[in-house]
Design a protein around this ligand. Structure first.
Ligand code: ZN
Length: 133
């Protein structure tokens, strides 16, 4: 099982667990035991150099920080066009990049409340997306 529309993340044990948790409706990240930084999607190693990380469950709600409507895109993504890519800040401060659905460009607003929804793209591909609350 892969994560994302294109393989943005390597197929590691950490990513495999992230995908399994998503399938069970849990959004899991890792937090560094040394500096406290949270990583979502999870990472096995922190940017501070430590590999002592522990799993945490991230909140599934947050607010829209930024978005862009994608109309010109690479060949591999043409079947999804047009789509909207968004960055949301979850209620614990983690930031996540994902597609947003169930909105139109007219009712999209920065700061609007969104929820994170697990999203199976294909038999071997899992992702998450935002929906308005
Ligand atoms: Zn760290």
């Amino acid at each position: 099982m892969k994560f994302g529309y294109v393989s943005l993340l390597p197929e590691t044990a950490v990513v495999a667990r992230f995908i399994e948790e998503l399938k069970n409706n849990r959004l899991m990240g890792t937090q560094c035991k040394k500096c406290g930084k949270k990583h979502l999607p999870p990472r096995a190693h922190c940017t501070c150099g430590s590999s002592e990380v522990e799993w945490f469950e991230a909140p599934r709600q947050g607010r829209l920080l930024a978005y862009t409507i994608v109309t010109f895109l690479p060949e591999s993504m043409t079947k999804y066009a047009p789509y909207i890519i968004a960055i949301a800040e979850l209620d614990d401060g983690c930031r996540l990049l994902a597609h947003i659905s169930d909105v139109t460009p007219k009712n999209l607003k920065v700061d609007m409340r969104v929820q994170v929804v697990p999203h199976q793209i294909a038999a071997d591909r899992m992702a998450c997306k935002f929906k308005p609350l």
